[in-house]
Design a binder for this molecule. Sequence first.
Ligand code: TRP
Length: 457
Amino acid sequence: MQRGSFSGRIGFIAAAAGSAVGLGNIWGFPYKVSNGGGAIFVLVYLIICFAFCLPVMLAEIAIGRASGSNSVGAFAKLGFRKWRGIGMLGIIAGLLIFSFYNVIAGWAFGYTLEMANGNFGIADSFGAFTSNVVKIGIYGAVFMLITALIVTQGVSGGIEKASKLLMPALLVMIVALAIYALTLPHAMEGIRFYLLPDFSKLNGKVIMGAMGQAFFSLSLGMGALITFGSYVGKQENIVSSAVIITLADITIAILAGFMIFPLLGFITNGTMNDIPQGPELVFVTLPHVFASMGEPYGTIFGTCFFLLLCFAALTSTVSLLEVPVSYLVDDWKLKRRSATWLVAAVIFVMGIPSLLSAGYSANLTNFIRYPNHEKHTDFLSFVANVANDSMLPLCGSLIVIFASHIWRMKNMDAELALGNPTYQGSLLQRYMRIALPYIIPFILLFVFFTTVYKTFF
Ligand code: TRP
């Protein structure tokens, strides 16, 4: 059976950037900036993306293209069957991430409809909104359905096409929204908080936070880019593609900040005091801002904003679904269509406890109290702590160790040089030779152990 492939470089870049740009950029990044003390977080984030994440991305794409196989089979194809467990670990992480990601995507979808109806009051009843599980369940199911429909259409006909359509639309919307936000009163105070770093706020927590955010945002550590890399032609330049994907992801996150911080300046009359530092930023604070814009601006801005969030989430859920589907199609010889619906159904069911954990079920809402934490953690956040914060760095470090020590740098270099003759001997290559085998895996393991220790013990 013929495996799918991207039609060319742009298709791959659009799909991989689509995977990277997601809720993490528009919902996650701004609140983490606000939580991490503003501009200093942004600065650390940028450094980490290039110095630390780009090499990991190159390793993943190289493994994928060299093997021409899914994230599990890739290890076997390269001659190391025993290492397939890394791919399995990544798939499990991906299923867990998807299970709660889809719930949040369902919220975004629901909010789009509420905003279109001018219902800004939703901000004050966010708890009631998320506990309406039948409604959110339907929104989530619709979201899953659209994701699955795209994935059944295959690599170039589905994933690539959707990304080529959604990504430019997303860019236009976010630029337009940011420009409008910048014209509001007190926008500049927001921008100052966002862009002028206060070095006294730099600490280990900020660095670790930026690291986790960058890793998640670039879709690293679960084999998503191994899978996408396996659909890339040998003549393509994957090094420059990876740079463009990283830049695209950063650009959208930064633009999300240019949209949201002026809004926070506006709503706080420029004081930037007590700005929200958690997930409620987008779902609670922003609708208040939209309400205070007056009609019709509030409705237009609000609807566009949440539609933007849906688009961003959709290209990411597509990549989260493609990873296990690709495995089932390659290694278990399932038909793409059956594999897609099977995985989609399993993930939807896996997401039900997360769906119920935002107010509906008391037990799941107050699911667990970690030692030394005052408050209970809900089930959705618990899954995020396990999958994003723990499994991704662990799996990422194993992928890097595999690429640099088992498969070996020599083979990886040769793969990266295909389609990019200037790679051998370049500064990037020399940097990779030091960073990939000797620095990055240990930082990732450090992140893994500290997160596990700090969160669960
Ligand atoms: N990068 C996406 C975001 O920022 C989430 C995502 C999609 C992801 N696919 C992934 C994260 C694979 C890790 C691995 O929202």
